[in-house]
Design a protein around this ligand. Structure first.
Ligand SMILES: CC(C)(COP(=O)(O)OP(=O)(O)OC[C@H]1O[C@@H](n2cnc3c(N)ncnc32)[C@H](O)[C@@H]1OP(=O)(O)O)[C@@H](O)C(=O)NCCC(=O)NCCS
Length: 151
């Protein structure tokens, strides 16, 4: 069944026109509509060439997205780093392999740029994300998230 669905999933580059669909997926996942936040993020992500951000479509509807960038020499890290900024799948399409398909697309792009390591940040309580990244082979990295609370 998942195989049937996956055959109908197409992956293409993220565009500004995907804003509404992404706002709705975020709303279904987290319960808040944040159009300006996503507008800014999509603009930033689509400024990267070649883009490292993709959407998954089913019957012409966006059902998932992944956004990433490539950087080098940040945090004193010498190699070219691929960053996964955000991933989200419409809850009606979760657990069917959509996120893995999106990950394979970004992985291919990262490889073309000579990326050797992929980083992402996940909040401790985000178990869906934690389980997903662990399932596809991510392990705990060697950087520590530091925080200074002003109030
Ligand atoms: C994490 C997330 C991207 C996974 O998407 P998905 O399409 O359901 O993932 P896949 O079906 O490709 O799963 C791949 C593997 O990850 C694992 N996995 C995914 N979600 C999991 C979960 N909730 N619990 C345990 N394992 C999970 C499974 O092992 C799965 O492999 P399997 O099908 O062989 O069991 C999705 O749950 C999501 O979008 N969560 C919300 C993330 C978020 O807050 N994003 C920002 C706002 S939109």
């Amino acid at each position: 069944m998942n195989g049937d669905l996956l055959q109908k999933i197409t992956i293409r580059g993220l565009e500004l026109d995907d804003l509404d669909a992404i706002v709705e997926i975020d709303y279904k996942v987290l319960g808040t509509r944040r159009p300006s936040y996503w507008h800014q993020k999509i603009e930033d992500m689509t400024n990267e060439h070649p883009s490292k951000s993709f959407v998954a479509e089913h019957d012409g509807t966006v059902v998932g997205f992944i956004m990433g960038t490539v950087s080098g020499w940040e945090f004193g890290v010498p190699n070219t780093i691929g960053w996964i900024d955000t991933i989200g799948v419409d809850p009606d399409y979760q657990k069917k392999g959509v996120a893995i398909t999106l990950f394979k697309a970004i992985l291919d792009e990262f490889k073309k740029d000579g990326v050797e390591n992929i980083y992402t940040l996940v909040r401790w309580e985000d178990w869906d994300l934690m389980c997903f990244f662990k399932a596809i082979g991510f392990t705990r990295g060697d950087m520590i998230n530091l925080e200074y609370r002003i109030k």
